[in-house]
Write a protein that binds this ligand. Structure first.
Ligand code: SF4
Length: 84
């Protein structure tokens, strides 16, 4: 079993849980989000990345990609400058 470097145990989020987290981020004031084309571009890169676990968790930072990719200030932690 692979473990997230930030979490004590492996946990897999359901699609509903991820959707709820995304909705919460979109509803927060003061959080700058990227537009839909940029969001889709980022997710597509993550989907092809070997560091993505269970379709949602980046094993380098422990973030839920569907949330992090929405953040205008979010950066990919991949070594040497990130992938997005
Ligand atoms: S944020 Fe970067 S390192 Fe993490 S899964 Fe996406 S592309 Fe890979």
């Amino acid at each position: 079993m692979k473990k997230c470097k930030k979490c004590p145990s492996k946990s897999v989020l359901t699609d509903d849980e991820i959707a709820k987290m995304v909705d919460e981020i979109k509803g927060m004031r003061g959080i700058r989000l990227v537009d839909e084309p940029e969001y889709g571009r980022r997710l597509k890169i993550c989907e092809g990345c070997e560091k993505l676990e269970d379709g949602a968790t980046c094993m380098l930072c422990g973030c839920v990609m569907q949330v992090r990719a929405y953040l205008a200030d979010g950066k990919c932690p991949y070594p040497k400058g990130g992938r997005w």
